[in-house]
Design a protein around this ligand. Sequence first.
Ligand code: GDD
Length: 301
Amino acid sequence: MTGADGFVGRHLCASLRAAGDEVLPASGPHRSRTPEGLTLEITDLQSVRNLVEETRPEAVIHLAGVSSVAQSHQHPQRAFTVNVLGGVNLLTAVRDLAPRARVLLIGSGEVYGPVAPGLRAFEEYPLIPTSPYAASKIGAEMAGLQFFRSYGLEVLSARPFNHLGAGQDPGFVVPSFASQLQAIKRGAQPPVLKVGNLEPVRDFSHVLDVVDAYRLLLEKGQPGGVYNVCSGEGRTIRSLVEQLSELAGVEVELQVDPARFRPSDVPYLVGDSLRLDRLGWRRQRTVRQALGDVLREFELQ
Ligand code: GDD
């Protein structure tokens, strides 16, 4: 597993191990690692080849990558280098050294760009990237499809929409708000919540349901297939502020921080998960539970 020490990677490692699977977690050279962790520089083909040669995996889950849409606007080159070149390096190394391994590429629902309000993007919906992040995820996914078609590599792609739970970087919207709300509750900062654009509609799931989806895809997904991982429910970012404040039990004044706005923001992004549902995926946790988990994480910090 690449990106094993990231937000989703840590939950996925724990879930796979609990099910009895052997997991070889690989993380970037600059990240904190678990004692048994393997080091990987995804942008360096030789580093990726060494790891694949050393481990000869039966399956690969590729989570390593730039995950922040906001940061990709500031550093487009980094998003493309890590996400596209990194993906191609991994595919090349697996093709050459572990050609029977299944590869699950983790893309993003952000690839659809603006979805018409009221609709849900299914997998054939047009891809209209409006961030370097989205374009880079399309690039990596296309490379995966090409490796499947040209070399018969068993590549599958997931397109997760927004997901929430403990361990997400406070650069993302919910942990950012949750950490501020807990600081306000402790009296460590005045009751003013700094926010960006609250009007966009997004499709949120609990990270543990997303983890279940990835395990299911590894087991039952169709090689060459692309699968949305989403709830089908749209909610505004403003509604999350309200729910978080209510759960935290604090009243706040909202202060719009222009630095939190993006050069372009997808106004409405909701997906359709029918293809994944047909494999047997059922969401088992609510967004409210996920918001509670995130708030608890920042309770004592
Ligand atoms: N980060 C952040 N901080 N976003 C804010 C804030 C704020 O203070 N205020 C409002 N927003 C809005 C953003 O403008 C965006 O419309 C929305 O909240 C969600 O922002 P993020 O949490 O940063 O996530 P994202 O939607 O850009 O990307 C996430 O979802 C994608 C799938 O849909 C990430 O998890 C991606 O990695 C993932 O692919």
